[in-house]
Design a protein around this ligand. Structure first.
Ligand code: 3HC
Length: 298
């Protein structure tokens, strides 16, 4: 077992320069975990304002660590020193691994993979997506090297949740999948499970129908939001209730994941209910917008 773990660290040891595309809820968490692990992390956002917001999100999270006594001020500054922000994907030429974490939009993601393919020079670089539900095979096909494209799916909040799903597509080479797995465990300190390239992968396939059932329960007047959440927290020892969890993940993200899963399997339980659709229409996206099923005063 010892030899195995050494091999894991070795395989991942040449993967030291990470690029993260997108610095929202997930991208900022991924960048934070990687910079804390000592990696050189470049983050790309769409414009200066988005880059500044991403940096602020990350700094807030690190400051929270300092306040909680988990991180010294010197460590926080060292982590920030390992992070750089750019609006130009061209700055990713020297990256060993790139993780894309933009919104769940297939065309947007495919365009990014196409652009990364042209920019990244390392012949065996890893091109990863944090998508929850878009086929990895499609993202691979947007590049000239689909064997190097793999899903590395994180969970929210990224600094807290131990799990990463590793998702090889039909075209991903076993070497890429193994290197991604070694990177997630050996470099980032996460635990991994493997999933086939099916919308939702393992965790969301089980989680999303449950979350949507809670929305339908509220929608039909079966029970109040607070009671639905208290039910699962106090009755089943979940860390938070399903509607609070929808708010944490973001209702727009749940909607996009549910739609991809519905499109893939045509399973009615995956179809987003009207209340969820209308809340997204109304900009009630959950914690990040200040209001979802619950309110989050700023
Ligand atoms: N960054 C760093 N640390 C954080 C953090 C963050 N953003 N948020 C919380 N923490 C840490 C706190 O510092 C604290 O650490 P400590 O116990 O060592 O002091 C610990 O996490 C607990 O935090 P709090 O006491 O502030 O709050 P809670 O105990 O209420 O926990 C929670 C908050 C971690 C969000 C917990 O409720 C939880 O795990 N909820 C379930 C979340 C979940 O299911 N996530 C998966 C979503 S699915 C997904 O992401 C997939 C996507 O594709 C849809």
């Amino acid at each position: 077992a010892d030899r195995g773990s050494e091999a894991t660290v070795d395989a991942a040891s040449t993967l030291t320069r990470l690029g993260v595309v997108g610095c929202g809820l997930m991208g900022s968490g991924i960048a934070e975990v990687a910079a804390k692990a000592g990696l050189d992390v470049a983050v790309r956002e769409i414009d200066e304002a988005a880059a500044a917001a991403g940096r602020a999100r990350l700094t807030t999270s690190l400051d929270r660590g300092v306040r909680g006594g988990k991180l010294s001020e010197a460590d926080r500054d060292a982590v920030l020193g390992r992070l750089s922000f750019t609006t130009d994907l061209g700055d990713f030429a020297d990256r060993d691994v790139v993780i894309e974490a933009v919104a769940e939009n297939e065309q947007l993601k495919a365009d990014i993979f196409g652009a990364l393919d042209k920019v990244v020079t390392r012949p065996d670089a890893i091109f990863a997506s944090n998508t929850s539900s878009i086929p990895i095979a499609k993202l691979g096909m947007a590049t000239s090297r689909p064997e190097q494209v793999v899903g590395i799916h994180f969970f929210n909040p990224v600094p807290v949740q131990k799990l990463v799903e590793i998702v090889p597509s039909l075209l991903t080479s076993p070497e890429t999948a193994q290197a991604a797995q070694d990177f997630a465990t050996g470099r980032l300190g996460k635990e991994v499970i493997r999933s086939q390239d099916r919308a939702g992968f393992v965790v969301n396939s089980l989680l999303v129908p449950y979350l949507l059932a809670a929305v339908r329960m509220l929608e039909s007047g079966f029970a109040a939001a607070a009671d639905i959440d208290r039910g699962m927290v106090l009755g089943c020892a979940h860390p938070m209730g399903p509607l609070a969890l929808c708010d944490l993940i973001g209702l727009d993200t749940i909607k996009a994941v549910a739609e991809s899963m519905y499109e893939e399997f045509k399973e009615p339980l995956y179809a987003p209910p009207p209340l969820l659709m209308r809340m997204v229409d109304a900009g009630l996206l959950g914690k990040k917008s200040g209001r979802g099923f619950h309110s989050y005063p700023r």
